[in-house]
Design a protein around this ligand. Structure first.
Ligand code: 1CP
Length: 351
C-alpha cells in the first residue's frame, strides 16, 4: 500500500493489505453458477452463456445472487476467462453440457489473424458496464473482484480448442516452437492488462488471475509461461494503479508457489486443495496474504467432515493475512444449504 494511503475498511481489502480484519474474510470461487436455482433461471432466459456475460443487467444480477444469499465479503464479476479470445476474434462457443469450444489456433498464421490486443476492450464494453453497475449496487462492505485468465491457461483453450486433461496441444507448441508460442503469450499479456485495467477503471477493487493449468508445466516452462507473464501483468497493472491488490491462483504449482509468490510480486496467493495449510503458513504467509483452500467436494458432502476440515484450515491460517476460499470452484451438484453452513462456521470462528 502506498505511503499516506488510508487503511481500507472492507474486510477482504484489509486482509490483502496485511492489517487486522476482525474475523476471516470469505468468498468462494464460482460462487455464482449452476448450483443456485436462481442462476439456472436467469441462465435459461439469457439464451446462451456468452449472452449472459455480455448483458450487463443479467451479469450484474447473477453476480449479486450469492451475495444476497450468503453475504460473502467479496463479489466476483460474473464473466469468463474465454471472453478474451472472443474479443481477439477467435470463434468461441459454449455448448450445453460440453463446455467451451474454440476454433483452435496452432500456428503463426492463426496468430496473425487475431485482432489487436490493444483493442480487446472495445468488444468487451458490456463487461465493464456490468462492473460499473455492480460498484453502485453492491452493499458497501462487499469488495468487488475483477478477473482474467492467466496467459498460459487461456492459451491452453485457444490452442487445444477445448478443455483437456493434459493440455497437450499447447504444451507441444510451447516445447517445439517456444519463440512462436511466446508471441501468443505476449499478445495475451497485453490483452489481459487492457481487460483488467478497464475493469479497475469501471470499479473493480481487486483483480484475480486464474492460472488453472499452471501445475501441468515442468519447472523451466513454468518459469517462462506461468511465472513471467503474470509478473509482467502485475507490474504493468500496478504501474497504472499503484497499490492495486492482485491475487494469483497458480493451481497445482506446489513447491514452485514459493518462488512464484516472491517473483511475481502478487499481493495474494490463492491455494489449491493439495497445498498443506501448515506448509503454506511457513513458506507463503510470511510473504503476503494467502487464500484457500477447502476441497469443493467437501462442500458437496457437507456435515462433520466439511466442518472438521474447514476448522483445520482456519486454525492453521486464520491468524492471517488470510481469506477463506475453496481450493477450486464450487461444483454444480453442491447443495446450497451446505454453502450456508460453511459461511456460518467461518463467520463465527473466534468472534
Ligand atoms: O452453463 C453454464 O452456466 C456455464 C458454466 C460456467 C460458469 C458459471 C462457465 C463455462 N464459466 C462460468 C463462470 C466463471 N468462469 C466465473 C464466474 C465468476 C464466479 O466465480 O462466480 C469465473 C471466475 C470463471 C473462470 C474460468 N472459466 C476458469 C478459471 C477458474 C477455474 O474454474 O479453473 C476456467 C478454466 C474457465 C473456462 C470454462 N468456462 C466454463 C467452463 C465449464 C470452463 C471449464 C472448461 C474445462 O476446462 O473443462
Amino acid at each position: 500500500m502506498a505511503p499516506g494511503t488510508e487503511l481500507p475498511e472492507k474486510k477482504l481489502l484489509r486482509a490483502l493489505a496485511g492489517v487486522e480484519t476482525h474475523g476471516v474474510p470469505l468468498w468462494m470461487m464460482r460462487q455464482a453458477g449452476r448450483y443456485l436455482p436462481e442462476y439456472r433461471e436467469v441462465r435459461a432466459k439469457a439464451g446462451g452463456f456468452l449472452n449472459l456475460c455480455y448483458t450487463p443487467e443479467l451479469a450484474e444480477e447473477v453476480t449479486l445472487q450469492p451475495i444476497r444469499r450468503y453475504g460473502f465479503d467479496a463479489a466476483i464479476l460474473f464473466s469468463d476467462i474465454l471472453v478474451v479470445p472472443d474479443a481477439l476474434g477467435q470463434k468461441v462457443a459454449f455448448k450445453e453440457g460440453e463446455g467451451p469450444v474454440l476454433e483452435p489456433i496452432t500456428d503463426g498464421k492463426g496468430l496473425a489473424a487475431l485482432s489487436s490486443p490493444a483493442r480487446v476492450t472495445e468488444h468487451l464494453t458490456p463487461v465493464y458496464e456490468a462492473v460499473e453497475r455492480l460498484s453502485r449496487s453492491l452493499p458497501k462492505e462487499t469488495a468487488l473482484i475483477g478477473f482474467a485468465g492467466a496467459p498460459w491457461t487461456v492459451a491452453t483453450y485457444m490452442v487445444g480448442g477445448r478443455g483437456s486433461p493434459d493440455q497437450a496441444a499447447a504444451k507441444l507448441w510451447a516445447y517445439r516452437e517456444p519463440d512462436e508460442f511466446q508471441k501468443l503469450m505476449d499478445i495475451l499479456v497485453e490483452a489481459t492488462v487492457e481487460h483488467l485495467s478497464a475493469q479497475v477503471l469501471a470499479g473493480a477493487e481487486v483483480v484475480q488471475i486464474f492460472d488453472t493449468w499452471a501445475g501441468s508445466l515442468p519447472e523451466l516452462s513454468f518459469e517462462r509461461f506461468a511465472l513471467r507473464p503474470v509478473k509482467a501483468i502485475r507490474e504493468l497493472l500496478q504501474a497504472r494503479f499503484p497499490g492495486l491488490p492482485v491475487i494469483a491462483f497458480p493451481r497445482g504449482a506446489g513447491a514452485m508457489s514459493v518462488r512464484y509468490f516472491q517473483e511475481t510480486g502478487v499481493t495474494g496467493l490463492s491455494l489449491d486443495t493439495g497445498v498443506s495449510p501448515a506448509w503454506a503458513r511457513e513458506h507463503l504467509q510470511s510473504r503476503g496474504c494467502v487464500q484457500g483452500n477447502l476441497d469443493p467436494l467437501l462442500l458437496v458432502a457437507g456435515g462433520d467432515e466439511m466442518k472438521t476440515q474447514a476448522l483445520h484450515i482456519l486454525e492453521t491460517l486464520g491468524e492471517g493475512p488470510f481469506i477463506f476460499n475453496l481450493g477450486h470452484g464450487i461444483v454444480p451438484q453442491t447443495p446450497p444449504e451446505h454453502v450456508g453452513e460453511l459461511v456460518k462456521l467461518v463467520q463465527e470462528w473466534r468472534r
